[in-house]
Design a protein around this ligand. Structure first.
Ligand SMILES: Cc1ncc(COP(=O)(O)O)c(C=O)c1O
Length: 412
């Protein structure tokens, strides 16, 4: 079975605005599906009052928020008390650094990578410095940007408290095998595992119990939704951490790690992303009673096959071009390569190449994408950075053709 791309594209009304535009900066933020826009519009027009009171619009507002939270907990195969909806992933990691960092003592160790976006690096590093905790870095290969799990295992010790890494870098684009890595970490140490899935979730909503991680976070504005972030903290870890909420809200799982307070309309509209995935599932598999997380597993191969088809010609083109340093895996092998393709042009700046593509109607970008440490370690200028072409499953083969044509003109 193949992904019905026409059906997919009908769910994103912005694609109709200008069909000539190639949406290739999705790792910065995805388009929003119609289901989300409809819920947001409905909330703001009809239920925009303080939620959870007993009068009608307020009850409806609370129910809409509850529906979204339950739908996301089900999709991730976690319990409601393990889910926080925060304002952004950067805020989630900042707040969690206060909660987790409070349990650290001088002489403890943490492991971070230089492959991560700064959101999953800086907060932990700062907190570790404050507490006299040793920071060990799981370093990337300086040519490819890839991480070797064996190098991580060699860093583990009896003092390792947490390991922080990414499910998929927003630049390298290769999926780190989270379940295997986590299993090994747990077999060899008492360390806990925190994973940033911002660049992975747009391609697949994972079953978190299967991954076995202790905490996991990603941003819904990159997964067809509103500007919200999902944070999973396992029940066991949650119980070990101090609440970061107002003292009188402490002990309410959904507030413990979200001192910002919920953004009501956005939270309610998060259900629209699941409604979109449901529609996708129903369209391809018919009416079924499988669990929400099983639906995610069912649609994943369809999305992945289409995304692989999009990536492969661009990867091949760039890999064979002598004036380009392609980052990450150069081809699709084990279904672990997201269509997030970054490269450094060798004969011109990334900014000038990105500008040429943009002029041709290709929405792409250049820069460090807040993975400043990675870009620096790869030996590139951190401001000019790399050019990133990041696709999602609503992109088309004709978009890829246009990208390669314009790349060819711009690279010469
Ligand atoms: C891999 C990765 N992690 C974390 C973040 C930060 O997410 P947020 O903007 O929700 O703070 C981003 C944003 O681009 C990202 O790409």
């Amino acid at each position: 079975m193949q992904l019905d791309l026409e059906f997919v594209r009908q769910q994103f009304s912005q694609l109709n605005d200008n069909p000539e535009i190639v949406f290739a900066s999705n790792a910065g933020g995805s388009l929003v599906c119609n289901q989300v826009n409809d819920l947001m519009d409905h909330y703001n027009r009809h239920t925009r009052v303080q939620p959870y009171s007993r009068f009608t619009p307020s009850q409806e507002a609370g129910q809409a928020m509850d529906r979204a939270k339950q739908a996301w907990a089900d999709a991730l195969n976690i319990s409601l008390s393990e889910l926080t909806m925060g304002p952004s992933t950067s805020m989630n990691t900042y707040v969690m650094a206060q909660a987790i960092g409070a349990t650290w003592n001088e002489g403890d160790e943490i492991i971070v990578t230089n492959q991560d976006h700064e959101a999953n690096s800086g907060s932990w590093r700062r907190k570790a410095l404050e507490k006299g905790v040793t920071i060990k870095q799981w370093a990337v290969d300086k040519e490819t940007g890839l991480l070797d799990p064996n190098q991580l295992f060699a860093l583990l010790s009896s003092k390792t408290r947490w390991v922080f890494f990414t499910h998929c870098s927003n630049i390298v684009g290769t999926e780190n095998p989270v379940a295997d890595i986590t299993k090994q970490i747990k077999a060899q140490s008492n360390a806990k595992v925190f994973v940033d899935a911002v660049a992975h979730a747009p391609h697949h909503i994972a079953d978190l119990k299967q991954l076995g991680v202790d905490a996991y976070t990603f941003s819904l504005y990159k997964v067809f939704g509103p500007h919200q972030s999902i944070l999973y903290v396992s029940q066991i870890v949650h119980a070990e951490l101090k609440s970061q909420a107002h003292y009188f809200n402490s002990g309410h799982p959904e507030y413990d790690f979200n001192p910002a307070g919920p953004q009501h309309a956005q939270v309610a509209a998060c259900a629209g992303v699941i409604d979109y995935f449901d529609a996708l599932h129903q369209h391809h598999f018919g009416e079924t009673s499988v669990s929400q997380s099983q639906k995610m597993a069912d649609i994943h191969p369809l999305i992945q096959a289409h995304e692989n088809d999009l990536s492969q010609p661009i990867l091949s083109y760039l890999d064979n071009h002598s004036q380009v340093h392609l980052i990450g895996k150069t081809h699709i092998e084990d279904n672990d390569r997201a269509p997030t393709i970054a490269f450094k042009p060798l004969k011109q700046s990334s900014a000038s190449l990105a500008a040429s593509l943009q002029k041709a109607g290709i929405g792409t970008e250049n820069g460090n994408f807040y993975a400043h440490r990675l870009i620096t370690d790869l030996g590139f200028d951190a401001d000019d950075g790399v050019v990133r072409i990041s696709l999602l499953h609503y992109d088309r083969a004709q978009d890829v053709e246009k990208i390669i044509l314009e790349l060819d003109k711009a690279l010469g």
